[in-house]
Design a protein around this ligand. Structure first.
Ligand code: PAF
Length: 296
């Protein structure tokens, strides 16, 4: 049974850069503000919340689905990354997306492509330390996508907090005329952040992953009681995390803009972002929580 779509115009689906430019041009000529949600597909409520926010902001909305090989390391999950295109396409349609851009790699990285965007500093710690080249791949593809779509605003989840900061930095440094909008992490009923990679977790592994929202609850409660050093905010929690995860890549409190790690005894004059990356079984999970800012 075909989905019945309640929209004035059918969603345009294209892989062609020229067609994206043409359609965006038409929307602009009609006086619309253009919003853009770049994704790698395997869409979940987190992505859909970005699409909704884009529409709530009154935008003519474009979304993209492109699993960007340049941001995967040689031993990472590029080949097994989920690609349920038909399902994704119908979810975009239901959210009222006006244009879905799904390019082929031959168009994004044609032969001879040799320009890369490297953001220094904030890409070096956290995930950057464990995924060499990852943020170069992200910054490059996002710069390209933004230059293809030329939106007024682009929407990204705060779940990938370092990615959001890298993209903000890149857009500012390259004078891209786009507003980068960071949106709240969407969590499942058990508090685990939605992620396309969650699908890899077995039920037992998922049970172990529940340690993460437990940490956020504890940190939120300590912050609420006035705890203001990273040492006290995180005391005992790294051990708790290590009990449930197979590997803890990082778990620390960071300055929300520079991503500098807060000193253990430093008096926190800012709301730190507590961020982590762990491996549970074959799955790598990242999450973060900013006490005093994020809800649970
Ligand atoms: O967050 C993602 O899904 C990707 O890193 C992005 C921003 C779409 C770039 O490929």
């Amino acid at each position: 049974v075909p989905n019945f779509i309640h929209s004035e115009n059918a969603m345009i689906v294209t892989g062609k850069i020229g067609e994206v430019r043409k359609e965006v041009g038409k929307a602009r000529a009609a006086g619309r503000t253009v919003g853009f949600v770049p994704t790698m597909g395997a869409l979940h409520e987190g992505h859909l919340s970005l699409m909704r926010r884009c529409r709530e902001d009154g935008c003519w909305s474009a979304a993209s689905i492109y699993v960007n090989p340049a941001q995967f390391g040689p031993r990472e999950d590029l080949d097994k990354y989920p690609r349920p295109f038909e399902k994704d396409r119908s979810l975009c349609e239901k959210e009222g997306v006006d244009l879905l851009f799904a390019p082929a790699s031959a168009d994004m990285y044609p032969e001879g492509h040799s320009t890369w965007v490297t953001v220094e500093g904030i890409t070096e710690g956290l995930c950057g330390a464990f995924r060499p080249g990852h943020f170069r791949g992200v910054a490059t593809v996002v710069a390209k996508l933004l230059l293809i779509v030329l939106p007024d605003a682009a929407y990204f989840g705060r779940k990938d907090y370092q990615q959001l900061k890298v993209i903000e930095r890149m857009a500012a440094d390259l004078n891209l005329p786009v507003r980068i909008v960071g949106c709240p992490t969407v969590r499942d009923g058990d508090g685990i952040a939605l992620s396309s990679r969650n699908a890899y977790l077995s039920p037992k592994e998922r049970e172990r992953a529940r340690v993460i929202p437990g940490l956020w609850r504890e940190i939120s409660s300590r912050w609420g009681r006035g705890v203001r050093t990273a040492g006290d905010l995180l005391a005992g929690l790294a051990g708790e995390l290590a009990k449930h995860a197979d590997t803890v890549e990082y778990f620390a409190a960071y300055h929300p803009e520079t991503l500098r790690e807060a000193g253990k005894d430093e008096a926190l004059a800012f709301n730190p972002v507590v961020a982590l990356a762990v491996r549970i079984g074959a799955t790598r999970l990242i999450d973060n929580f900013q006490p005093g800012v994020d809800g649970l």
